[in-house]
Design a protein around this ligand. Structure first.
Ligand code: ADP
Ligand code: MG
Ligand code: ZN
Length: 540
């Protein structure tokens, strides 16, 4: 971890007491009063890494995630200029290799083409603080209500530019979403941040991502071995080790624990709880599926490698049979935020590529065009997959799943929706569109997707996951609501009527690009480089 110590004092004035004065000579406490909680956090950070106080005055906490807290700090340069920095304090339980890999992504790929760079890094014991230039940024919800089509075009262009750069280095970001792509509308500045979940492609240029990759593979081998040798795997140990491998970005509390078995005193080892919840969820789903003939459900299974001599006898019952308990767990990276996850991630396809970031960029684009955020709001993978099906079509999703060796069953067929009609309806510009009459019939008459269809036969499946009845119905209801121009799943931006004219002339090219980003097949999904050359961006 020597690289983490790398620090230059040259460009800073040292502040013995760690307190910078602002122009008025008073201590700068930021524009608003800090809560006691934030003040305590700031004090703790100074205590954990005392050297920070020699350089920085920490003004506020600006971000708090599962893996880190981000602070706004100022420092006086030797030139006398006071500059703002973002200080990312990684949770001390983070795996050292992960931390170093995050830092290496920033140092190697960052600083250019809208990818955030890094200025310094501090480490004391297990506390690591990454110092980045501060980019003041707008909230995405505010952006949605104020951006015109040209702004959206530029936003997407700049996001794709950042993706092209990181993909060139063989970095898969895995958590592309608005809060990780900072945008300052006034300055027209953009920055992709947060490589905390990044992974390397097979030929990544980021050395430490190779290490992360190797460790993940080693763990998945070990896991498979232990699961097969013991016959029955213990659900608790399973999830604890999974938490190490799969740095899921859901704001759930089991992220990046290191060492794996240590829980902080007073803090429960929540990963174990999650295992309980997961198995309980499956049980509940099964019970529901079994108790109602009307159950409509969605189910994924791996089409190959089934124990041919053994047959599961627990489907539609409220227990898990020994056959199911002994099934090999499929290990696949699953990082990301559910609503932004690509179908191949949701289906646990083990071979994932940078195409997963392109899907997420597509979801961001969908939000921008429809003025809804978050667009897909799902708490679990199957709900997310069902939501994707309602937009991209169930037949199409099932076909795509086959390509990566998964069998998906859906109890009701959902037609693929026309993206223009969908976005115009949601944005409320549909009535202005000339295409209105020709496409109205295509618009989600989803009444046919609810109803009574027997649950699919789940015999012999490798990975059994059943979406709960309620979540499927939720999706169907949501789809129906779209039809009625009712708010769907997300906050509708307060688009002013003055903005409408711009939004009434969205070119077909925009939807063509969106369609290519939201390609269910990662092999044919548009790459960042190709997308930048898409005619939608002509003239930028
Ligand atoms: P996490 O891994 O906890 O999500 P991020 O790196 O995404 O951490 O940072 C969390 C939040 O902190 C971001 O969404 C953003 O609002 C803010 N942030 C992070 N880096 C910067 C930066 N360089 N400048 C300004 N704000 C930042
Ligand atoms: Mg983040
Ligand atoms: Zn079974």
């Amino acid at each position: 971890m020597a690289m983490l110590e790398n620090l230059s004092k040259d460009s800073f004035n040292l502040h013995q007491n760690g307190q910078l004065k602002n122009d008025s000579g008073k201590e700068n406490k930021g524009s608003h009063k800090l809560s006691t909680e934030i003040k305590i956090d700031i004090e703790r950070l100074y205590e954990a890494v005392p050297r920070l106080s020699s350089f920085f005055f920490i003004e506020d906490k600006i971000g708090e995630g599962t893996f880190s807290s981000v602070y706004l700090a100022t420092a006086q340069l030797t030139s006398g200029k006071v500059e703002k920095f973002a200080l990312k304090h990684l949770i001390p339980t983070s795996h050292p290799v992960r931390i170093a890999a995050e830092l290496q992504c920033l140092t190697v790929a960052g600083g250019e083409d809208n990818v955030m760079g890094v200025k310094y890094c501090f480490r004391k014991d297990d506390h690591v603080v990454i110092v980045m230039p501060y980019l003041e940024h707008d909230s995405f919800l505010d952006l949605l209500s104020s951006m015109n089509l040209e702004d959206v075009r530029e936003y997407m262009y700049n996001l794709l530019k950042a993706l092209k750069r990181i993909h060139h280095f063989g970095i898969i970001h895995r958590d592309i979403k608005p809060s990780n792509f900072l945008y300052n509308g006034c300055l027209k500045k953009y920055a992709l941040v947060d490589f905390g979940l990044a992974q390397g492609t097979h030929n990544t240029k980021i050395e430490l991502l190779k290490v992360v990759r190797a460790e993940d593979q080693q763990r998945s081998c070990l896991k498979t071995k232990s699961a097969t040798s013991s016959g029955i795997k213990h659900p608790h140990s399973e999830t604890t080790s999974k938490a190490l491998v799969q740095h899921s970005a859901e704001k759930q509390p089991i992220k990046r624990p290191w060492p794996p078995t240590q829980a902080k005193p007073g803090k429960p080892a929540r990963s174990i709880k999650t295992a309980d919840i997961t198995s309980r969820k499956i049980l509940v789903a099964k019970r529901k599926a079994g108790s109602s003939k009307n159950a409509s459900s969605c189910l994924i299974r791996k089409s190959s490698v089934c124990p041919s001599n053994l047959t599961c006898d627990c489907y539609t019952t409220d227990r898990i049979c020994s056959v199911c308990f002994s099934r090999r767990h499929q290990v696949a990276p699953r990082a990301g935020t559910p609503g932004f996850r690509a179908p191949e991630v949701l289906m646990k396809c083990p071979h994932q590529t940078s195409a997963i970031d392109m899907w997420s960029a597509g979801v961001v684009f969908l939000s921008l065009l429809s003025a809804r955020y978050p667009f897909f709001k799902a708490s679990d993978d199957l709900t997310a997959l069902a939501q994707i099906m309602t937009i991209r079509g169930s037949k199409e999703t099932i076909e795509a799943a086959k390509l990566f060796g998964k069998a998906v069953s859906c109890s009701k067929e959902c037609p693929k929706l026309d993206l223009r009609t969908l976005c115009e309806r949601l944005r409320g510009t549909h009535c202005f569109s000339k295409r209105k009459s020709s496409q109205k019939s295509e618009l989600m008459d989803c009444s046919h997707i609810s109803g009574t269809v027997p649950a699919p036969d789940a015999k012999d499946e490798e990975t059994k996951q059943i979406a709960s009845l309620s979540s499927i119905q939720e999706v169907q209801n949501q789809a129906r609501k779209v039809n009625q121009d009712v708010e769907w799943n997300s906050v509708k931006s307060k688009a002013k009527s003055s903005d409408l004219k711009n939004w009434c002339a969205v070119p077909d090219l925009a939807y063509d690009l969106l369609d290519k980003l939201l390609d269910l097949n990662p092999a044919t999904r548009i790459t960042a480089e190709m997308a930048l050359g898409h005619p939608f961006f002509e003239g930028i």
